[in-house]
Design a protein around this ligand. Structure first.
Ligand SMILES: [Zn+2]
Length: 207
């Protein structure tokens, strides 16, 4: 899959990109099966190693849209309940997760497997553009393409399932304010979350 204007997030790594208000980002599930943990931090001021005070919040978004997964035209909001990103297009089947936190070093240490993690990918990528996210303070991400089964009737369990999004499927998110979007191609190759095969992800900015 080749797109002239696209950029690559290498498998198991993250990246951060500045969006101006009303710009959009198109995030591809290039090969299918790959979860992309996604954050957004508002950047009203010039970036100079600042701690984010306003960021996309999954709990506030669930409350605002009255859903556990955003649909087309739903607007995701910050921890201050302000609009930050709107889901404009989604041809992936619409299966995403807002319930799970980013995988982190502690989770892998618990499993006895030292490993890259989405939480550290977020912190590393955000630092490159001057945003300091402290360990333990990584916001819960929008887990694009992540397939989580919720048992509403019996155990009330939440289970990771094999992804259902196909190769080349994508979402488009529009910035409602100036913000930095951070993405992590989830490095979890231990469970079914990425189909046991972590891959690169493409994205492009749409003016
Ligand atoms: Zn992850």
């Amino acid at each position: 899959m080749a797109l002239a204007s696209s950029r690559t997030i290498p498998a198991k790594h993250g990246t951060a990109i500045q969006l101006a208000a009303h710009q959009s980002i198109k995030i591809y599930n290039t090969y299918g099966n790959q979860v992309v943990d996604t954050w957004a931090f508002t950047t009203d001021k010039a970036l100079a190693t600042q701690k984010p005070s306003s960021y996309m919040s999954m709990s506030q978004t669930r409350s605002a849209i009255r859903k556990i997964c955003p649909r087309i035209n739903d607007t995701l909001v910050t921890n201050h309940c302000q609009p930050i990103l709107t889901l404009l297009e989604d041809n992936s089947g619409g299966i995403h997760d807002t319930l799970f936190p980013a995988c982190n070093p502690q989770r892998y240490a618990h499993l006895g497997i030292p490993h890259r993690s989405c939480a550290e990918n977020c912190r590393e990528a955000a630092a490159v553009v001057g945003i300091e996210v402290l360990q333990g303070e990584v916001p819960d991400p929008l887990n694009l393409f992540m397939n989580v089964d919720v048992d509403w009737k019996d155990t009330l369990g939440i289970e990771l399932r094999h992804p259902v999004s196909g190769p080349g499927s994508y979402v488009i998110l529009r910035a409602e304010v100036d913000c930095v979007v951070v993405m992590s191609a989830c490095p979890n190759d231990i469970t079914l979350v990425n189909g046991m095969n972590c891959r690169d992800v493409l994205f492009e900015i749409i003016a």
